[in-house]
Design a protein around this ligand. Structure first.
Ligand code: PGA
Length: 264
């Protein structure tokens, strides 16, 4: 018996970030397809670079994998040189990561931009995977809770209760991400932060919505420690960066999630 919630699907998301060209992406998909079976109750989501989405959409077995973009622009069309809109992605992807800390930190993405991206995703039938998390400086300054509160409430500002069912949240403390500080988060820290996020959702949308919303954990998750993270009460899956680029590791992560679902 473990803490996994039966009513909520387990989501394992591979964030390939700015790695792998089209050929390499296709190769990794192929390797993963050989190892990962179709699992009911587990959704395996691949987020390759924008460039690889179209070719992967043609190759992918949609029973095994769903596709996600890593970001998109909130306007549907217009003179926004260099951007790709959620409207353009609508037929290609089921998900889009929104508000990843790399976007917030390196590309100046504001709370309001994240809010507008969440809206644009929903408007175009794409499930936003909304990343929420404090930096090490925020934490050291005792501002962690406030940052989580502000990021979560603005991201959901214009989301109706019906649309909330199409939103996935991630608790991803920036200090735990491998490319930032890579400090491993302790289970009780994750449990508290996720309980706090669920409480925010409860205050905004009520008990039923709070018990239905999926909240993932992200930050240096690998095949060795994924079980520990998925065992944390309230965690519905993982957003995996570095370890998702290695097919042995990523398929092992999916396998752990699958076995844990069977144990429930
Ligand atoms: P990591 O990345 O697993 O390499 O820490 C997670 C993320 O940034 O989404």
């Amino acid at each position: 018996m473990n803490a996994m919630n039966q009513d909520r699907k387990t989501l394992i998301v591979a964030n390939w970030k700015m790695h792998l060209n089209v050929h390499q992406s296709s190769l990794l998909l192929h390797r993963l397809s050989e190892r990962i079976k179709v699992h009911r109750n587990i959704e395996v989501v691949l987020a390759p670079s924008m460039l690889s989405l179209q070719p992967l959409a043609l190759e992918i077995d949609r029973r095994k994998f769903k596709l996600s973009a890593q970001d998109a622009y909130f306007k549907d069309e217009g003179g926004y040189t260099g951007e790709v809109s959620f409207a353009m992605l609508g037929s290609l992807v089921q998900y889009c990561i929104v508000g990843h800390s790399a976007r917030r930190i390196y590309f100046g993405e504001t709370l309001e931009m994240v809010r507008d991206k969440v809206q644009a995703a929903i408007r175009n039938g794409i499930t936003p995977i909304v990343c929420i998390g404090e930096t090490k400086q925020d934490r050291d300054a005792g501002e962690g809770r406030r940052v989580i509160h502000d990021q979560l409430t603005t991201a959901l500002m214009n989301v109706t209760s019906r649309d909330l069912e199409k939103v996935v949240l991630v608790y991803e403390p920036v200090w735990a991400i491998s490319t930032f500080d890579g400090i491993l988060a302790k289970p009780n820290e994750i449990e508290k932060a996720i309980a706090y996020m669920r409480m925010q959702v409860r205050e905004l949308y009520g008990e039923r919505a709070a018990s239905k919303v999926s909240i993932l954990y992200g930050g240096s998750v690998n095949d060795q420690d994924v079980r520990g993270y998925l065992e944390v009460p309230g965690v519905d899956g993982a957003l995996v960066g570095a370890a998702s680029l290695n097919y042995h590791q990523f398929s092992a992560i999916v396998d752990v999630a699958y076995r844990m679902r069977l144990e429930v």
